[in-house]
Design a protein around this ligand. Structure first.
Ligand code: ZN
Length: 199
């Protein structure tokens, strides 16, 4: 879905202050409250708005941050990432194009760093890793930037690949499904027909 100027303004306003009421957002964006609630519901449904939470400062809480770059074979990198991402100390896990995995980790206690490093050592798929303790967080903003021309990226319900723009809408028993292309639309319809046949 292409984001219009109102969507972008809502996102900007909410990224700055997620605690505003629909009324307050409507006043700032200069549209009606029902429009705001509709648009926010759509942005939430599309997964553009992931949730609402307080931005806690780990430094103020005396916590330590460590950035770790992990190397593994390309075919095993995603599995390693998914395994590590289950650890509560891993706050961000990013698969990089150069066959590396970047981990942003937070540790309330120093001993937890050593424990984590020994857990890394127990994963045989990890070929190598490099780490650095964060000694200054100069900037630590959420990654999304709101700018004109944005459209949402959806996951094709059939092939599971992400796609930009509208894609193809398939209506099955009154419910809308979004797929990336006509081939996937056909695939989904056939899959659905088979499931129905069995039932
Ligand atoms: Zn697809």
């Amino acid at each position: 879905m292409q984001l219009d100027e109102t969507d972008l303004m809502i996102l900007r306003v909410l990224q700055e202050n997620g605690r505003l009421s629909f009324r307050q957002i409507a006043d700032r964006v200069k549209v009606s409250v029902p429009t705001i609630s509709n648009k926010i519901a759509n942005l939430e449904k599309a997964g553009v708005i992931r949730g609402y939470s307080a931005m806690l400062d780990p430094e103020r809480l005396g916590e330590m941050s460590v950035m770790i770059s992990v190397k593994a074979r390309p075919s095993e990198l995603k599995g390693v990432a998914e395994k590590l991402a289950k650890d509560e100390h891993v706050r961000g896990a990013y698969l990089l194009s150069n066959c590396k995995l970047l981990l942003s980790c937070t540790f309330p206690e120093a001993y937890q760093i050593n424990d984590f490093i020994s857990r890394l050592g127990e994963i045989p798929e990890i070929l190598d890793y490099e780490m650095g303790n964060v000694i200054g967080a100069i900037r630590d903003d959420p990654r999304a930037i709101v700018q004109p021309g944005l459209s949402t990226v959806l996951e094709c319900v059939y092939c599971k690949e992400p796609f930009k723009g509208a894609g193809v809408k398939v209506k099955l028993e009154g419910k809308d499904y979004h797929v990336c292309c006509p081939v996937c639309a056909k695939g989904l319809q056939e899959k659905f027909a088979k499931i129905k046949e069995k039932a």
